[in-house]
Design a protein. Sequence first.
Lengths: 338, 746
Amino acid sequence: MIPFQYTRANNVADAVRLIAANSGAKFIAGGTNLLDLMKDNVERPTKLIDISRLPLTSVEETASGGLRIGALVPNADLAWHPLIEKRYPLVASAILAGASQQLRNMASTGGNLVQRTRCAYFYDTATPCNKRQPGSGCSAVNGINRGHAILGASTSCIATHPSDMCVALVALDATVHVTGPNGGRTIPFADFHRLPGDTPHIDTNLGPDEIITAIEVPAKGFATNYSYLKIRDRLSYAFALISVAAALELKDGTIQEARLALGGVAHKPWRDVAAEAALRGRPAEEASFAAAADLLLRDARPQAQNGFKIDLAKRAIIRTLTQAARGTPQSQSNKTIQ
Amino acid sequence: MSMVNNTAKTYTGTATSRVDGRAKVTGAAKYAGDFNEGGLAYGAVVESTIARGRIARIDTSQALRVPGVIDVITHENRPRVADTDQAWKDDVAPEEGSPFRPLYDDMIKFNQQPIALVVAEEWEIARYAASLVRVDYEKQPFVTDVYRKRDDAIVVEKPDKLRGDAAKAFAAAEVRHQADYFIPTEHHNPMELFATTAMWDGGGPLTVYDKTQGVQNVQQYLCGVFEKKPEEIRVISPYVGGAFGAGLRPQYQVVLAVMAALKLQRSVRLVLTRQQMYGLGYRPATIERLALGARRDGTLDAITHEAVGVTSQFEEFSRNDTGWSALLYTSPNARYEHRVAPLDVPTSCDMRAPGAATGVYALESAMDELAVALKMDPVELRMRCYSDRDQNEDLPYTSKCLRECYREGAAAFGWDKRNAEPRSMRDGRNLVGWGMASGVWEALQMPAAVRIVMTANGHAEVSCAASDIGTGTYTIMAQVAADSLGLPIENITIHLADSTLPRAPVEGGSWMAASACHAVVATASEVRKELLRLAKLMKASPLADTVEEDVTLSDGKLVSRTQAERGVSISDIMRHGAMERIEKEKTNEFAEDKAHARNTHSAVFAEVKIDEELGVIRVTRVVSAVAAGRVLNLKTGRSQVMGAVVGGIGMALHEETVYDHGFGRIVNHNIAEYHVPVNADIHDIQVIFVDEPDALVNPLGIKGIGEIGIVGVAAAVANAVYHATGVRVRDLPITLDKVLARRPAT
Ligand SMILES: Cc1cc2nc3c(=O)[nH]c(=O)nc-3n(C[C@H](O)[C@H](O)[C@H](O)COP(=O)(O)OP(=O)(O)OC[C@H]3O[C@@H](n4cnc5c(N)ncnc54)[C@H](O)[C@@H]3O)c2cc1C
Ligand code: SF4
């Protein structure tokens, strides 16, 4: 770990002023990702701006019937918040599918969005990695890539975004509220994370001087027909090989509206509106789900070690939509998949 | 103070709670990295980032400029150390080879090799400065993949005399099965990080707190390496937070910490990071080839077991891996051969049930495949090949209750309800699979000495250099001491893991229970003799005419075995003899017995439920029936086996040290990505100790249970996965993608 300065921001304006004035500075919230990366000398901030005590910890109802979630609400608090449990159980379920209780206690809502990939080479400064050191090459392309992307990858980077919560948020059409030197703006969730292209070192469209203040979810929470299913190498405390967030609105067995997003498959939480459109007006049955899965995976490309993910993604999509349609969402405590 | 325990109680064999439990849960127990008497300097290790070559240039100037840095030790400025292989050999070192010497020269032999030690006033400073050490390498070609060296591997184990002609018998067999199995490299990942605190005491003896399974092994090794006399180095390791074999050999951090302390004449603490622990020893990746030939009735005609395991380029490590196959089952023809492939990696080392965990996994998987080919129940097949003699040595066992393990394990599991057809049992969307396997391990015992100091107030201090690596050695020694001294367990204090204490072997091989407990009993009997001598001197002594064999210590008294009313309290004897304390030290003695084989056995039954479409695997039930002689403590014993079953499930489904062979580097060197089972992966585990009285193995009938619990578990799970899905995954770990990809066409 490299020495750094530490300062605490008193309010949002202060935080923005501090980050704008110190190139090389970084915000620290729960620290569950940033500190690990600093210990490995992957992140080398010259200054840490502690935002963990900013008053961004409330969950409030908005005028339009949605919820505004403060960027510093801990993941655990959010998952167990009565309004989230009742109206946005998909978000609660996705959060509880991730990390461990201890990590969720520390991790913040904003930090969860900005957490970085778990690609092993990104963490190991002894190996080349375009994301860590632009232009040095991608070790994963010809290396260990069992967990890597099948959608939207580039020749520069085939990493995935590791978050579970973000998969639910992109499915629900959330927006990200950010504040920078020129004031506030909102970013639709689907535009927040980027594909790697030839700039894999830039994960998101958050400006370097901007802070996330809140996440807003619109009124529609799909609390009746939803499910979050995470497939991983052990039954808890492992990152997703594939995860699926599915939400449906049904009328007499016909799909009125559908949401479908995947985790563990791309550089960003992967939502496909075309696949969703294909579900609309169709009967809520396996054939419809399979067709949507095929559509979503139409451009999927395997790496040397992760071809299984394409077929697995299809099966997982079908299963998750089936769970959602039946109103029997995946439990995150009993790991049996029904 | 009253010393008489009113209800004479027997501790041995009961579920006594850990005597060190309270110290551990309250934080009072100190581990190697916890000791601090002030004035510590802190070390941080710089590791190589290439697999093979030499250091062309190492530049420490930037690191040295960091305020607070005291020194940066490299091969260029290290103090003198011994230069013979003999001096660097510890008790557990492989016979062949040249042990690794940290910071010795400019040669790079493996990735993550320590190449510099930064010592600073604070840990954070040391760690930062370590990142500033610049190294230029001359790289050389390397190999880290065992498959690439399979054909050049060196033979390390084969039978002294051939039994029949296995190849011919195999070719002629009515039913044949042959396949390769693979176990990847695994790391021990004990919870406690490897750590050493070396206390400099103004040039007096150096006290070294080290995480180790053998303080005297480390002490003797350090004396060799640093050319010191035994009295100049003392090694202490009162508590160990798990080791699983990783602490059998001294690890490099102890050398570096002591080197720094001697060079700087200061106390130094060095704690490795989790990542750095992947630069230590590991369970070697092993390719196993099994060929079984049988008759239609399930009797074996031919067993061939060949294996190739990983070792380093500089030492030949291997453990009995293939010999188990020829030992366990009756077969007129058998051949085994174990070879090692030297790779550009650290030397492999012991990890729980070394050799057996891997070799028996392969054997028991192959036996399952043979049972399928024979259309025979897998338990029945094992009964047909059951042997009452060690097949390699042709010796009877001191005891062998494996049959009872099969019976009791199968009954507890409900094995008779199994439908043999793969994919025939279901639970909703899940395919249900039931699999079983046998386990076998050795029952060893080693010389060990114990000192007992008994005081007139009826307390006893029992000392031995043995380690307790979390297994329960403190507790079983206290139980046996309490029983053999006739005292309540609260009056017993156990002192362990200090190199100045009476001689003990390293804690490994499942031999500590038998070794230490017999030393306790032997020493207690010396104490008893002394008490009898004193008692006889008492006026009108009720024991005046008794002989040694006729007295026992019970309930705080020395009493006649036959006439319980004839007895004198220990405190009276000692007061009368004007003795404050009785001190005795004795080494255990085991009668040499070349006429018997000594082994522990087990039968493991596992149930898996596998989502048919998604491949997600859950091990819902395991029954492990163990025959291991006398079980000294039902609670710690059960915990040992349960923990081993968890380890076996990890071996089957999760554990794998993943190498990028292009870099010759481990990519998952942290416990977020190196998976061991978590709570969600573990369900019902039932442990059965089969009654196995054994009067031959040793007087107390102890065989040891530290390792038998893991043997066979991976095979039982793998066999259950096959039974559930019809997919035979022969390369561990069994991950869902393997199950899905190899699904039979439907
Ligand atoms: C062992 C382990 C397992 C895990 N498993 C999972 C899992 O299964 N699923 C999953 O989803 N996650 C998992 N996580 C990741 C965890 O969810 C994230 O680390 C966590 O959400 C990050 O939040 P934080 O507040 O701790 O972020 P920090 O570590 O404090 O920050 C992370 C990044 O976000 C930036 N940041 C933080 N807050 C803001 C803000 N308000 N505005 C702008 N930038 C900000 C920081 O500058 C930093 O770059 C795991 C983590 C670990 C260590
Ligand atoms: S996949 Fe991306 S993060 Fe991983 S090595 Fe390649 S560039 Fe780096």
